[in-house]
Design a protein around this ligand. Structure first.
Ligand SMILES: Nc1ncnc2c1ncn2[C@@H]1O[C@H](COP(=O)(O)OP(=O)(O)OP(=O)(O)O)[C@@H](O)[C@H]1O
Length: 271
């Protein structure tokens, strides 16, 4: 097992470096002494059952949550810095979450969804969109193969299509890493297939991926490292083939399972 901190390159500080990070909210420990290092461009999955603390970990990465007891032995760094601002974060991390999709309730067009990424807004209001921004948005719509959705209102497209537009929104600043919190929730088989194809294309373009999920088949073949979480703590962290075993996955979800691999994807069966 690798602890995720051993081979960080001294020449380039990790994107995220956490040691002994605990987060308490409403008297409840959401993260319990978490240590995790994510390097720039790395493709990893964070897997765990409902309530494991996966979204809380993402909130700590995006600086929505801070360690509850900072002090000696607690490291909470972004690109080697103890402090950073939202602008710095946005240019390195693009965030796609299901929560975000629910906020797009007005008839905002596909192009506007992508353009709103420049302003971290939900749609456009009095924002000044430059020709460069327009060009970038069209380039992203093409890359994600959703140019046909550019003029369609978000309220009239499917969950899968909406999810791909939100990825586009997260890519406007060319972030080195895309963080996706349970991105396949509510997608049917066809939408899942297209979504995975899109994610694989992004991964192959060199963008880092941090994928949060409770579903093994979400782990696209390009992802080589898997972190297991339960009860707010990291239980295991290492190469995919070491972590995705019957014992580890069965123990994580507290059910007997058989983990099978097919064409680079992993599935849990027999439960
Ligand atoms: N702001 C909060 N205050 C108190 N408890 C919280 C808060 N946010 C989350 N929790 C609790 O902390 C635990 C971890 O929640 P979190 O959303 O991080 O888990 P998760 O692994 O993302 O779960 P899921 O897969 O169901 O989305 C849960 O038991 C949840 O009810």
């Amino acid at each position: 097992m690798v602890d995720g901190t051993a081979d960080a390159q001294p020449s380039s500080p990790p994107l995220v470096e956490f040691r002994n990070v605990s987060v308490v909210r409403g008297g409840r420990k959401l993260l319990d002494s978490v240590s995790l290092t994510v390097r720039e461009g790395e493709q990893i999955a964070i897997l765990g059952p409902n309530g494991a603390g996966k979204s809380s970990l993402i909130r700590a990465i995006t600086r929505e949550y801070y360690p509850s007891s900072p002090g000696p032995g607690v490291v909470f760094r972004f690109r080697g810095q103890d402090r950073w601002d939202a602008f710095d974060l946005r240019s390195h991390i693009g965030l796609v979450s299901g929560d975000l999709q629910h906020t797009f309730t007005r008839g905002i067009s596909g192009r506007e969804v992508v353009l709103s990424g420049f302003f971290s807004s939900v749609g456009l209001f009095s924002h000044k969109v430059t020709p460069d921004m327009e060009r970038k948005a069209d380039e992203i719509l093409e890359f994600l193969e959703v140019a046909h959705l550019a003029d369609r209102p978000m309220t009239e497209i499917s969950s899968g299509e909406g999810r791909r537009l939100l990825i586009g929104r997260a890519l406007v600043h060319d972030p080195g890493t895309l963080v996706l919190d349970e991105p396949t929730n509510s997608l049917d088989l066809a939408a899942l297939h297209i979504f995975r194809k899109t994610l694989r294309k992004i991964a192959r373009s060199g963008t880092g991926i941090v994928l949060v999920t409770h579903s093994l088949p979400d782990i696209i073949p390009e992802i080589s490292r898997v972190v297991l979480m339960r009860d707010g703590a990291v239980r295991m962290d290492g190469p995919k083939t070491d972590v995705l075993t019957n014992e580890a996955i069965g123990g994580l979800f507290c059910v007997p399972v058989r983990v099978v691999e097919e064409d680079g994807y992993f599935y849990a069966t027999g439960y």
